[in-house]
Design a binder for this molecule. Structure first.
Ligand code: CA
Ligand code: CA
Length: 327
């Protein structure tokens, strides 16, 4: 047995909890929910700042702040003070960390569209209009409007649009193909300043001037979320004093952040001491369970509350002697 190594491996450093504008890095002690008391690891309550997270240095057993290796590929664009557009807040702060200079978020929409008169709301309206147009024109009366309620129907519609837009069938949409759609649909007459070319400006994530199917999905908010039927309800049983972790079983490419609810109230923004959604793995952590934590919790991906998982937390009152775990 290698005691030191075992301790380190038992910690799980979770990052990117945004509390009052600060990234709050936490480690969760895995043994906590395996029947032992929690142990204050070097990353617990260590503030690393935005775009950074705490990593345990295995040489020194100390927590060190490092730039995030990656961010969740969530599309919620923000404009940086360096004039660049970032996919989300996390990417901006990560870039700031990696480059070693401060990049702040520009909240003005003018910054977003400094070389373009297309405003965010107009861009959203244009995309809704394109969806509706294709819905009416190419889907039968039976499926009409279904994309507003069903992600499967929306995916079907966006798939159909991609097929139409990609005239040469090479699996990519380029500017000339967009211009054909604009011409064919008479979209240049739109009153707003947004055009389909804005898809290439804002959703060509790798800047290769082509839209892949994935980039197209991102533009139209298509998330392929999955929750197996047998996992729609999950039961967790813990003893008072232990820690608990409930992991949301909703998975999918580019899954939006997971939100947790209890008694119809969102838990994520409450900033509770005992109950946290630290990190971006979609788990809910309860540091020291008491009987007040007993009950039902639900989780869903942000914006898609129709697909939710129910977690039932049973708490038994058996007294636990809290000791330092023997290794
Ligand atoms: Ca093409
Ligand atoms: Ca691209």
């Amino acid at each position: 047995m290698q005691p030191k190594y075992s301790i380190i491996k038992l910690f799980r450093c979770i990052n990117t909890s945004n509390i009052n504008g600060f990234i709050f890095c936490h480690c969760v002690f895995s043994l906590g929910f395996m029947g032992h008391s929690s142990y204050p690891g070097p990353c617990v309550h260590k503030y690393c700042g935005l775009g950074r997270h705490c990593v345990i240095n295995h040489e020194t057993d100390q927590g060190e702040c490092r730039c995030l290796d990656h961010c969740k590929p969530h599309y919620k664009p923000v404009c940086g003070s360096d004039g660049k557009l970032y996919q989300n807040h996390c990417e901006l702060h990560r870039a700031s960390c990696l480059r070693g200079h401060r990049i702040t978020i520009m909240h003005s929409e003018e910054c977003f569209y400094k070389d373009d008169d297309c405003r965010l709301n107009d861009y959203r309206r244009l995309k809704t209009k394109i969806l509706d147009l294709h819905d009416k024109r190419y889907l039968g009366a039976a499926g009409h409007g279904a994309h507003k309620d069903s992600m499967a129907a929306k995916k079907q519609l966006v798939d159909l649009m991609f097929k139409r837009f990609d005239v040469d069938r090479n699996g990519l949409i380029d500017a000339s193909e967009l211009s054909q759609v604009i011409k064919h649909e008479g979209l240049s007459k739109d009153v707003s300043e947004c055009t389909l070319f804005d898809l290439l400006k804002y959703n060509d994530i790798n800047n290769d001037e082509h839209l892949t199917k994935e980039e197209f999905y991102t533009a139209f908010d298509v998330y392929l979320l999955n929750l197996p039927d047998e996992q729609k309800v999950s039961v967790t049983t813990v003893t008072v004093g232990q820690s608990a972790v409930m992991t949301c079983a909703i998975t999918g490419e580019r899954r939006p952040p997971i939100l947790w609810k209890r008694n119809n109230q969102y838990l994520n923004p409450l900033n509770l001491e005992d109950l946290n959604d630290f990190g971006d793995d979609g788990s809910l952590y309860i540091i020291k369970v008491t009987t007040t934590h007993m009950g039902n919790y639900t989780c869903h991906a942000d914006g898609y509350d129709k697909l939710f998982q129910t977690h039932i937390l049973h708490v038994n009152g058996k007294k636990v002697i809290s000791t330092v775990p023997s290794l």
